[in-house]
Structure formats: C-alpha cells, structure tokens
Design a protein around this ligand. Structure first.
Ligand SMILES: Cc1cc2nc3c(=O)[nH]c(=O)nc-3n(C[C@H](O)[C@H](O)[C@H](O)COP(=O)(O)O)c2cc1C
Length: 208
C-alpha cells in the first residue's frame, strides 16, 4: 500500500509534524510505503493518483483549519485529484474533541462528500504526546483500509429499488451505467448499490 500524508502547519517541527512522523513510522512498520508532503494551496496534486491512501492532517489556527490545506481544497486541484481516493484525516487543536468535530472537521469534510473517509480523528492538545492514541489511529486506518480492500473482491449487490431505477433510463445507456455504477461501488468499497450511492456516483461523474 502506498500512502501519502498531506499536511499543513505553520510550525516547523511542531505538534502536527511530530504526529505525522509517528504515523509515518507506524505505517512503514506495517509494510506501507509512506511519503509526507507539505501542502501549498496552488501546488499540482496530480501525483496523488500514485497513492492508494491519502492522510490529510493539519492544525487549527483562529477557528480555521490551516490555510494551505484549505486553500488547496478550495482553490487548487487537490479536491479533483482526491476523487475516489481512500482518505483518513486528523486535526490537531487546542479545543475539545466535541467542539472540533462540530467546528473544524466539517471544514475538510465538506469537500470530500464523495470520498470514502476511512477514519477521522482529532488530537486535542492534552493527547498530542500520547503515542498510544496515535498508534490507535494508525491501527484504525489500516483496519479500515484492509476492510474496504477485501470488500472490493466481492461484487456489490443491487437493491430492488436501484434495479428498478436502472430500468427507467434509456435502454442503450443501461449497460454502460450499470458497469460504471459497479466500478464506482467497487472503488469506494460499497457492498450494496443503493439509490443514494447511485446519486453520489452520478454527481461525481457529472462533475468530472
Ligand atoms: C496562533 C494560534 C491560533 C490557534 N487557534 C486555535 C483555534 O482557533 N482553535 C483551536 O482549537 N486551537 C487553536 N490553536 C491550537 C493549535 O491548533 C494547536 O496547538 C496545534 O497543535 C498547533 O499545531 P502546530 O504545532 O503544528 O502548529 C491555535 C494555536 C496557535 C499557535
């Protein structure tokens, strides 16, 4: 598995970088190939297609997730290159987990609604130096990654509703759409092709 940790922080050698280095080491110990890349809002993120897993990590400054990562999602080509990627994310912050889950994580997640988010984690200041919590994050990421990869081998089942919906589109498009939907389900680790999943797949295909 090839993983890239995309991060932002104003503090060289600060808490975010320390966590990233621990995550990177732990992933490498599990046999993964790992790179870390510091975000620049307008960098070219096409290199992401080389990676199986993307971990986004950043601190919060003045109520906002660090600006180069948010900028890359808002204005750069990061979001488009993250399409269909398996993603894990974490934030470091001074606030409590509960507050960060409401105020800060959505700043990233709003850009990633069509992605499979394997794990999301907040590291508040009081746990920043607890390696066991960082280890847990890595274990959760690896488990979720392996689960979606093994689900990939099984082909997703169409629900009755989505089968009926497929009949409503012009017949010459049905087989093409069926293949695309099944590929999407496989890539994203869906076990069932539901109407909701079809809507996500259509939004995404319409957006490319
Ligand atoms: C200038 C500044 C502003 C911050 N603003 C917030 C904030 O609005 N909310 C929060 O939860 N934490 C805030 N923090 C705490 C940081 O998110 C936290 O210390 C983080 O671990 C810093 O990461 P770094 O060492 O990589 O810079 C702030 C820290 C600094 C230095």
């Amino acid at each position: 598995m090839k993983a890239v940790i995309l991060y932002d922080s104003k503090t060289s050698g600060g808490s975010t970088e320390a966590i990233i280095d621990t995550i990177g080491l732990k992933l490498a110990e599990s046999g993964a190939y790992v790179e870390k890349v510091k975000c620049k809002a307008l960098a070219d993120y096409s290199f992401i297609k080389e990676f199986d897993l993307v971990i986004l990590g950043a601190p919060v400054y003045y109520f906002l997730v660090a600006s180069q990562l948010l900028g890359a999602l808002n204005y750069g080509n990061l979001k488009i290159n993250l399409k269909r990627k398996k993603i894990a994310m974490f934030l470091t912050c001074g606030s409590s987990e509960a507050m960060a889950a409401v105020l800060y994580l959505p700043q990233l997640k709003i850009h990633l609604i069509t992605n499979k988010i394997l794990v999301e984690k907040i590291f508040p200041s009081n746990v920043l130096h607890e390696n066991s919590i960082i280890d847990e994050f890595v274990i959760d990421v690896l488990q979720a990654y392996n689960n979606t990869s093994s689900q990939k081998a099984l082909s997703a089942k169409w629900t009755d509703e989505s089968r009926e919906w497929l009949q409503t589109i012009p017949s010459f498009l049905q087989s093409k759409f069926k293949i695309m939907a099944e590929e999407y389900a496989e890539n994203m680790g869906y076990k069932e092709i539901t109407l909701e999943m079809l809507q996500l797949a259509r939004d995404e295909m319409g957006g490319t």
